[in-house]
Design a protein around this ligand. Structure first.
Ligand code: FES
Ligand SMILES: [Fe+2]
Length: 333
């Protein structure tokens, strides 16, 4: 890892949607390292560094057989605990060396994702996984997706905490640039997150929003949260009949300059499948609009810039996030 590469290993990262490992193997990148995920015979997800103990091949083109992970190079076969069970090139009965093993990493399935803890295993408390209580609850329809950014994850997270960019970056939904003041923000800080709740002007009544926005409702509300260091939750309440949309995004720091976002969208209106495509399209369009500005920001962590940035009242949530994640990164280095 280079000195400026992402640190922050002692956190849970949602590295895959739960259905992506069925049974695997799936190779994921996180903090400059590669990991392999697969499901054992009981369907439990297992994770190891993606480096075969024999001659360091990747498991990317390997396969899962009877709940064991097989290396594509010489067929070594690893059990769920990481111990090698079979070395095909050895004569039958030959003892398998104790060092022929992979070391498991903590991995958990929760809220529609597979969460990996790349740091010190004794710190991997599953209660610290960011919650998404609405997932799997009756009345919530789920869509999901993925996109990538040539940007540091902090810039991506901060775009999801940004209360003032909507009329400039997301003009189709928020066309009124002459009415862009966001008002005072109350910032809440807890051990695992920073968040704010605010009344906002409702978006344009376009697409599906025609069904859930009323002309006579002058505001909606939004709750913007970051679970430190790399998860965004955007919770919109449309102020009519309890209609809500929740965007929950894992911004996976694959490397210093590359972030992969795996996201889930939850809505408690229009539960029919025909509305899914529109829901996904709106998210992708929003992402493309954000990408244009986020990828043009300077590379590297937002908190480590040479040129000072000027964060003002409308940036208070970003400032709170930036301070917290910078302190975490310093502690971890
Ligand atoms: S490198 Fe994996 S079996 Fe040889
Ligand atoms: Fe945005």
């Amino acid at each position: 890892m280079t000195p400026s590469a992402p640190s922050l290993p002692n956190h849970w990262y949602a590295v895959a949607h739960e259905g992506e490992v069925d049974p695997g193997p799936l190779v994921v990148r996180l903090l400059g390292e590669r990991y392999v995920l697969f499901r054992d015979e009981q369907g439990r997800c297992r994770a190891f560094h993606d480096v075969c103990a024999h001659r360091a091949a990747s498991f990317a083109s390997g396969w899962v057989e009877n709940g064991c992970l097989r290396c594509p190079y010489h067929g070594w076969t690893y059990g769920a605990d990481g111990a090698c069970r079979l070395i095909p090139a050895d004569d039958p009965g030959t003892a398998i060396p104790a060092r022929a093993r992979l070391h498991p990493l903590p991995v958990q399935q929760a809220s529609g994702f597979l969460w990996l803890f790349p740091g010190e295993p004794s710190l991997a408390d599953a209660d610290l996984i960011p919650p998404l209580p609405e997932y799997d609850q009756p009345g919530w329809r789920v869509v999901r997706g993925e996109y990538t950014w040539n940007a540091h994850f902090s810039r991506v997270v901060e775009a999801g905490l940004d209360t003032s960019h909507a009329p400039f970056v997301h003009k189709p939904f928020f066309p009124n640039r002459n009415d862009a003041a966001v008002g005072p923000l109350t910032i809440h800080e807890e051990s695992d997150r920073v968040w704010t709740h605010q009344q906002v002007k409702p978006p344009q009544r376009m697409g599906l929003l025609k069904y859930i926005l009323r002309k006579d409702r002058p505001f909606s509300s939004s709750t913007l949260t970051s679970y430190l260091p790399a998860v965004n939750r955007i919770h919109l309440d449309f102020n009519w009949r309890g209609f809500q949309y929740i965007y929950f995004a894992s911004n996976i720091p694959e490397s210093e300059g590359f972030t992969r976002t795996k996201w889930i969208g939850l809505r408690n209106f229009l539960p029919q499948s025909w509305a899914d495509g529109n829901s996904i399209r709106n998210t992708v369009t929003t992402y493309e609009e954000d990408r244009a500005v986020v990828e043009a920001q300077p590379p590297g962590p937002s908190w480590g810039q040479h040129a000072p940035e000027l964060l003002l009242a409308s940036d208070h949530l970003i400032l709170a996030y930036r301070k917290r994640v910078a302190a975490m990164a310093t502690l971890a280095s």
